[in-house]
Design a protein around this ligand. Sequence first.
Ligand code: 5GP
Length: 206
Amino acid sequence: MSSVFIISAPSGSGKSTLVGHLMQRVSNLRFSVSYTTRQPRGQEKDGTEYYFISRDQFQARIDRDEFLEWANVFGNFYGTHQSELDRATADGFDLILDIDVKGARQLKERIPGAVSIFILPPSRKELEQRLRSRSQDTEEVIQRRLSEAAEEIRNYSQYDYVLVNREVQASVDNLVAIVSANRSRRHWMEQQIRPILETFEDGRKS
Ligand code: 5GP
């Protein structure tokens, strides 16, 4: 099975930028496209950022137990479909999921070997500045996101790794290191180790 990497962070902490850079730096890593009931924003396209579906369609997938995890986030439903992991595994890709803390908890229960990373902004003030500089939200939304961030941040202790996003390049380097270290775990290396050991066995025979 593929390695599964979970990334969670409060809105405005720079998570999408970091994941984008990570995907460019690391081979064989695929972004898990979730299903959601929220409306597309701006340039978002169905099947790229999300699969946009109705509440009824989402409920039907819950009833058929098709989601690896799902959660209600800020009033909309979001879920990771089992087929994302199946396809990544079949294609020889690891999977990276951008999901909230409730989803991360469910996924860890289901796949204990999943590696979870929580991204923290350097401070509340910094997060506020970043949310304002995006200038895509109203004052009310900014204040709501800040109080939601305070809630989400309390869950950092359920994650394997915590990364403070002070500077993009350093944070991306850290993410690359986490992915690389995990890929070197003996469990994931077995397939590569066996043929190497065989060359030693062959050497002993001759
Ligand atoms: P947004 O609507 O801003 O794209 O995402 C809102 C929140 O939903 C983010 O915290 C994101 O991590 C989370 N999210 C996106 N996809 C999923 C998913 O499949 N499952 C869960 N549990 N959360 C998700």
